[in-house]
Design a protein around this ligand. Sequence first.
Ligand code: ADP
Ligand code: CDP
Length: 202
Amino acid sequence: MGLTIAIDGPAASGKGTIGRALAAHFGLGYLDTGLLYRAVGRRMLDGEDPIEAAQSLRAEDLEADGLRGPEAAQAASKVAAIPEVRAALVDFQRAFAAREGGAVLDGRDIGTVICPEAPVKIFVTADAEVRAERRLRDLVAGGHAVTLDEVLEDIRARDARDAGRSDAPMRAAEDAVRLDTTRIGIDEAVAAAVALVERAGA
Ligand SMILES: Nc1ncnc2c1ncn2[C@@H]1O[C@H](COP(=O)(O)OP(=O)(O)O)[C@@H](O)[C@H]1O
Ligand SMILES: Nc1ccn([C@@H]2O[C@H](COP(=O)(O)OP(=O)(O)O)[C@@H](O)[C@H]2O)c(=O)n1
């Protein structure tokens, strides 16, 4: 089995940016697990039972319109608190993590629940205001009409729900290394993550 890298942290902290860069650098597969919850949330918004949606999730669901938007994000965080929804998504994530050639997964419970044996675990953080400013730029570029206050509110509500749920709450694994991106740019954050993986002997 190849190298597995687990990346967790709050909303818009830079998990995907670091995860994709590590995957490219070390030649690993990359899975944005938030997209699975966003796709289930999207189907709930369309009127489906979220547990049934999670149990029947299809590849094309991950390409639905608006998955990156704030509405899908809030819905994702709500369905993510349902244990049956989480249970339905475990096998797919673990199979991805075990793929030959190795994988990087990012989410909220990768180091704690999905891949507790991963030799490299990174918990990416940044101040909420900085995260909101960065996410605002993403959303405006994607055509969403949102304000900084709305984005900050969305991030705070999701972080509180994600950290407060009883099943697989967002938290750093005991052996995770924290990486705070508040005051560092993308290149520096990626370099720090690469160094961390190399130090871990990967
Ligand atoms: N260290 C950083 N400095 C500046 N911008 C960053 C940094 N890391 C990520 N970003 C930007 O912040 C936004 C959110 O990052 P992303 O990787 O999508 O976060 P997450 O996967 O945690 O939600 C993106 O626009 C990304 O380009
Ligand atoms: N492994 C994961 C990944 C996401 N999620 C949920 O899915 C939501 C959306 O995740 P995301 O990673 O796409 O969110 P961002 O950090 O990109 O804003 C989160 O707020 C969590 O509620 C989760 O519970 N567990």
